[in-house]
Design a protein around this ligand. Structure first.
Ligand SMILES: Nc1nc2c(ncn2[C@@H]2O[C@H](COP(=O)(O)OP(=O)(O)OP(=O)(O)O)[C@@H](O)[C@H]2O)c(=O)[nH]1
Ligand SMILES: [Mg+2]
Length: 300
């Protein structure tokens, strides 16, 4: 599913989301722990302001743990419940978070002698791990998963135990595409297809960002001796460092670009986070207070 977020599409997706939101008890928002700003939806805060809600920074296994802590403090200071998780490993912890998030509703129903099914919607930009998390919570491969955007194509309710239902959603959240830096970073993590930039421009830009955020891992992986290189010279140094040569000794720039993107996406460069709260241009507006208070916070 390649969605071009024209205003018409956006308005339709927003209506659909609003409609779904009115049917659920709580919302789990997933963002990518390597890009906690760029991988969040700009309008979700407002749209979910009256819902029990938690932000899960997923793929924490790929992110720098100390920067993850900075983000957790940042979100907490803005009044947002959040936790850092790795979908494959933290199903139990996420289940506890959901229990805490919906406890008041469950208890209110119980006080009236009812045991009702709680419905939770899982939202997030494409490829962030929504279906993976839902599969782990369900305890089996019920939702299709893949390492590219647009794998889930339709809403799907998944039952977890007797009293919980989770709604898996396609990556229908329009990300921060109006912000070119965020859009580029979303392409680094395969949240949007690479097509917004050509592979060469994307790989060079990623490498330049990595040199800023985590110079040692880039230096080691690509055997770079000069970290002041930029653009084509930088990619040529990667080719030389890794021996990416064509017949005749010419540098294989295309291969170097593909390898840089793949290795970052696979976590082969080590644990890197590409943005910090301190580098945000302007702090975001405070998260709206949810109607109910929920006590979830911290690393799962
Ligand atoms: N390293 C790591 N990989 C993860 C984690 N969670 C999911 N993945 C991988 O991320 C890729 C995308 O996962 P999906 O669950 O399909 O993502 P999604 O959000 O459902 O994607 P769409 O349906 O396309 O919106 C898959 O290759 C997963 O194996 C995680 O916590 N850590
Ligand atoms: Mg999915």
């Amino acid at each position: 599913m390649q969605i071009n977020w024209y205003p018409g599409h956006m308005a339709k997706a927003k209506r659909l989301l609003q409609d779904q939101l009115s049917r659920v008890d709580a919302v789990i928002e997933l963002c990518d722990a390597r890009l906690p700003y760029s991988s969040r939806n700009p309008d979700l805060n407002y749209m979910t302001k009256n819902k029990a809600r938690v932000l899960l920074m997923n793929k924490a296994d790929l992110a720098d743990p100390s920067v993850t802590q900075q983000w957790l403090s940042y979100f907490k200071s803005r009044g947002l419940q959040c936790a850092a998780v790795t979908a494959e490993r933290n199903a139990k912890e996420v289940l506890k978070i959901i229990e805490r998030l919906t406890r008041e509703k469950v208890e209110r129903a119980e006080a009236r002698g009812l045991r009702r099914t709680i419905r939770v919607m899982v939202v997030g930009v494409p490829n962030v791990g929504k279906s993976t998390l839902i599969n782990r919570l369900h305890g089996g491969a019920i939702a299709k998963v893949g390492d590219r955007p647009g794998v889930t194509r339709a809403n799907q309710w998944v039952r977890v135990g007797d009293y919980l239902e989770l709604l898996d959603t396609p990556g229908m959240l329009w990300p921060r595409l109006d912000d070119p830096v965020a859009a580029k970073r979303l392409a680094y993590i395969s949240a949007i297809k690479d097509e917004i930039l050509d592979t060469y421009a994307l790989a060079v830009s990623l490498l330049e960002d990595l040199i800023v955020m985590s110079p040692e891992c880039v230096q080691k992986r690509y055997k770079l001796t000069d970290l002041s290189l930029r653009g084509l010279e930088l990619m040529e140094a990667v080719c030389r460092g890794r021996g990416f040569l064509l017949r005749g000794g010419e540098l294989d720039i295309d291969r170097a670009c593909a390898v840089v993107l793949d290795e970052f996406r696979d976590g082969k460069l080590g644990r890197v986070t590409l943005e910090t709260p301190a580098a945000l241009k302007k702090p975001e507006t405070k998260e709206p207070e949810p109607e109910e208070k929920h006590g979830t916070d911290g690393q799962a």
